[in-house]
Design a protein. Structure first.
Lengths: 91, 234
């Protein structure tokens, strides 16, 4: 078993108006950041998962996202995995 | 008519629902704890009340949807039992997949707490049969995430099957963008499932059940349910 660290980014599905993003964008423009566009606000979830392989860990986190961490009806999610150095390796 | 009102940690309209179902509507009501793994015999209708179950952590209703009692609520619904989800209860029903779509943040980004007017689009449901024809209902809303969203195909299906039960409207009953408090698709305030036994709505009928509180429009929902229960017994 290996431990993997997952970084999960959740954003509103494309096509759904991101009102928070729009509001922040307008606010940025009002204070002079005219060149900033396409602001989107999302959520960031981090977790550790134990699995036999990276692909197994990936599948498990994808499943967890689909079932609970994100709501696929309104949200997209992206999972990035990194192996966590084991204790023996750390020594 | 016996109502079971589920109490989640963070529910805050459970007492209102219990009171409305029993005291105002003349039924019987019992509280059901979210950790219960069975529903007592004799319950005709389960209410998922408003509030902030689990502090709205992650998403509204996302955690409550996995409470032990929800397995029983889903089984109850699948057997044809009546389920009414109000506000947070509606959010829980969509998270649980008992109703399609999802509730997004209000387009204004504000938590909105005021009365709205509703046009009852479908009066042939167990929840709305006692709403007088042409009567515009006034219910309070209190939510930050009540902006009903579903993909275009789902909305089309809801409309085609007459499953949009309540729509936000003006006091005179016109469905206009101005009457839409939260940005909901097609001014949708409440929908019903395909089988017609699970209803979710953002406005609060249970908070409008007593003339002494200035509004008893919500009684129509509870009276409809009572009539339905009676008709199935006879």
């Amino acid at each position: 078993m290996q431990t993997f660290h997952a970084l999960i980014t959740i954003t509103l599905r494309k096509g759904i108006l991101d009102v928070q993003g729009k509001t922040v964008e307008q606010s940025l423009h009002s204070i002079g950041f005219d060149t900033i566009a396409d602001v989107h606000i999302g959520k960031h979830v981090e977790l550790n998962v134990r699995a036999e392989s990276e692909s197994e860990a990936y599948a498990l986190v994808q499943d967890a996202c689909a079932k609970l961490i994100a709501n696929p009806i309104m949200e997209d999610f992206h999972v990035a995995l990194q192996p966590v150095a084991s204790e023996t390796e750390a020594v | 008519m016996k109502f079971g009102v589920v109490v989640f940690p963070g529910s805050n309209c459970d007492r209102d629902a219990l009171h409305a179902a029993s005291h105002s509507a003349g039924g019987e009501s019992v509280a059901l704890w979210h950790k219960d793994s069975s529903i007592p015999d004799g319950i005709d209708c389960i209410i998922l009340p408003g509030g902030f179950s689990y502090g709205d952590y992650l998403r509204c209703g996302a955690i409550a949807r996995f409470s032990p009692i929800m397995k029983e609520v889903i089984a109850f619904a699948n057997k044809g039992g009546l389920v009414l989800g109000i506000c947070n209860g509606f959010q829980i029903l969509t998270e649980a997949g008992l109703l399609p779509g999802a509730l997004l943040r209000n387009t204004s980004l504000n938590f909105i707490c005021r009365d709205v007017h509703l046009h009852t689009e479908n009066r042939s449901t167990p929840f709305t049969s006692a709403v007088p024809d042409g009567r515009i209902l006034r219910f309070p809303i209190a939510h930050g995430e009540g902006n009903y969203f579903a993909d275009a195909a789902t909305i089309e299906e809801l409309e085609a099957e007459n499953r949009v039960v309540f729509r936000y409207c003006t006091p005179s009953g016109e469905v206009t963008p101005e009457a839409n408090p939260n940005g909901s698709a097609h001014n949708i305030a409440g929908i019903i499932n395909k089988q017609g036994n699970v209803l979710g709505l953002m406005p609060h009928p249970e908070r409008a059940c007593d003339a002494v509180l200035g509004n008893s429009d919500g009684l129509a929902v509870f009276e409809s349910l009572a009539q339905y229960a009676l008709s199935t017994v006879l």
